[in-house]
Structure formats: C-alpha cells, structure tokens
Write a protein that binds this ligand. Structure first.
Ligand code: PXP
Length: 236
C-alpha cells in the first residue's frame, strides 16, 4: 500500500488569512500523524505566504514520522534545508503569482542549477525528490542529476475526465515504471482527492502519495484525524 504524505500548507493559509496564531500547522501535523499520516509535507515559499520558517523549525522538533520539505532550488532554500535537515527535499518550480504549483520542473533546461543543489543536499545527508510531469525526457534527466526519487505531477490527471483521464493515468503508469526501472523511488501528487486517488494508488511502483488540499478541506468539516484516516482507507 502506498504511504500517505499529508501536506499541511493550507492550515497555515487559514492562519495567514488573519495573520493570527490559529490554526497552528504544528497541531495539524500531530493530528495528521494520529490519523495515520506516514509523513508531513510543507512548502516553504519564497514569499512565506503560508508556511513560515518558525513552522518548519518546530515541525522538525515535533513530528514522529518524516518531514518532506517542498521548495524552489534557490540558495536561500538550500541553506535553510541544510540547517533544518528534513529527511527529504522535493524541488518544485515556483512562480510568485501562482495559486499553487502549476507544472513539473524542467530538469532538462535547469540541469546545472539542480545538480548543484542536489549535490549540496546529498552532502548534508538529505534525500532529494524532483516534482516532474510524467515525461520520459524529464525522468531520464532526473536520473542523470542523481535524484533519489521523482514525484509525478498528477494535476493533469486530476483535472481531466473520461478518455483524457485514462490517457493521463496511462502516462503516470509508464512514468512510474520508467523511474523504477532506472532505480529511483516514485511518489505522486497534486490534485488528488477522495474520488480520484484509488486509480493512482493502484500503480504498484508508486510508493507515496502527497496530498494536501482535499484532506485539509475535509478536515475543516470532520476534523484532521478523521480526514487523514478516510484518505488512508481510500488508498487501501
Ligand atoms: N505535491 C507537490 C509537489 C505540490 O506542490 C503540492 C501542492 O503544494 C502537492 C503535492 C499537494 O497538492 P494538493 O494540495 O493539490 O493535494
């Protein structure tokens, strides 16, 4: 069964709506773990629009599972990761005005910059994942820059319907097989919810699913622990 990494960014989004102390993403992380989360994921953005440096530091001290830090491949973020030492860093592209991450990394055209950042994190004992589209050229390049894992972008699958959805799913399946064949770990995420998660969870090469918005949206109504438990049931 695929593991579940719970992204708690949007707990911080609600807090930042009032620049208040509540709800605290640290409390959400503890409850997510009680509900069965296998890892906690946060995206520290350059503009700090939701997760703050303080959150990252306290999460590092608090969580019992593993910490996956999503971030852009900038000098500032690499320095923070080397200080905080999450188990894993996932590099994502970042644009200031975007509502959420819009596409996978272009590993082919950012090869040198990514290679430098990956080497620094590896020297610090941190595993590195690259968030990419299910594109064979990107997957092969991820392998060349010695990424430990890839995270396949499932957004286009989540946003499509009918025949298009089957095509998208098939691309995810092929991408997962290629990455596994090259010896990389395979995660997947973005746009996954209680209805569309099962088909992706069934792909045997996929080891972990990273899910945020749909779990936090449900948690607002039924509570964090239950929302995580119900997602784990869907994955199972
Ligand atoms: N994986 C990555 C790399 C992401 O950037 C995000 C969004 O922060 C997610 C997974 C989770 O996506 P969602 O919030 O749509 O579940």
């Amino acid at each position: 069964m695929a593991r579940l990494g719970v992204n708690i960014d949007h707990v911080a989004t609600v807090r930042e709506a009032r620049k208040a102390k509540q709800p605290d993403p640290i409390a959400a992380a503890v409850l997510a773990e009680l509900g069965g989360a296998d890892g906690i994921v946060v995206h520290l953005r350059e503009d700090r629009r939701h997760i703050h440096d303080r959150d990252l530091k306290i999460l590092r001290e608090t969580i019992q599972t593993k910490l996956d830090l999503e971030m852009a491949a900038t000098d500032e973020m690499v320095r923070i990761a080397l200080e905080v030492k999450p188990e894993m860093v996932t590099f994502v592209p970042e644009r200031r005005q975007e509502l959420t991450t819009e596409g996978g990394l272009n590993v082919v055209s950012n090869r040198d910059e990514l290679q430098k950042a990956i080497d620094l994190l590896h020297d610090g004992g941190i595993e590195v994942s690259l968030f990419i589209d299910p594109d064979p050229a990107q997957i092969k390049e991820a392998h060349k820059v010695s990424a430990d894992l890839i995270e396949i972008h499932t957004g286009p699958y989540a946003n499509s319907r009918g025949k298009d959805r089957r095509t998208e799913l098939n691309q995810i399946l092929e991408a997962a097989r290629l990455a596994a064949k090259l010896g990389m770990g395979v995660n997947a995420g973005h746009g996954l919810d209680y209805q569309n998660v099962a088909a992706v969870a069934r792909i045997p090469e996929i080891e972990e699913l990273n899910i945020g918005h749909s779990i936090i949206a449900r948690a607002v109504l039924v509570g964090m622990e239950r929302a995580v438990r119900e997602m784990k049931e869907r994955i199972r």
